[in-house]
Design a protein around this ligand. Structure first.
Ligand code: 5GP
Length: 137
């Protein structure tokens, strides 16, 4: 059982900011930035690849609801929505969750990506597009 199931079952304490039958949201213990919140389906899906459509749809409604609450509560001008799937992607707790990370000036939060556009031809993009479209069926 992961730490999040223990939180859902009230076996360990947390600061819950939203809850319904399917979804719970609570403050992340690390508070990467002030108000850092996790939105979590109660059913212990491991990652995005396991999520069913209904849970995903409802979960994202809650993501939007809590994001708006964070914006209002902290007068936000920015917010990152982050979800790590798999150890390689930085996942540490293997119960699906979405991070809501409020942004503030000079808040030390880093997300770095490098632009590799120059390494791709138009044909490369077309191949990638086809692979992804074909994989949806
Ligand atoms: P991940 O790296 O899996 O995307 O994120 C896991 C998150 O869970 C981390 O940001 C970490 O701070 C948070 N976390 C780990 N243990 C606990 C806990 O016991 N309580 C709360 N509220 N958050 C936790």
């Amino acid at each position: 059982m992961t730490i999040f199931e223990k939180i859902i079952k009230r076996e360990i304490p947390s600061y819950i900011v939203y809850e319904d039958d399917l979804v719970i949201a609570f403050l992340d213990i690390s508070q990467v930035t002030k108000g850092h919140t996790l939105v979590v389906p109660k059913k212990p899906y491991v990652n995005v690849f396991e999520l069913d459509d209904n849970t995903a749809a409802h979960l994202f409604k809650v993501v939007v609801k809590v994001s708006k609450a964070l914006k209002k509560a902290f007068n936000l001008e920015g917010l990152n929505i982050v979800n790590n799937n798999g150890k390689l992607a930085g996942q540490a707790v293997f119960h699906y969750h979405i991070h809501l990370i409020p942004r503030y000036p000079n808040d030390d939060f880093l997300m770095k990506g490098v632009n590799h556009n120059s390494e791709y031809t138009k044909e490369d993009f077309l191949k990638l597009k086809e692979l992804i479209i074909n994989a949806q069926s």
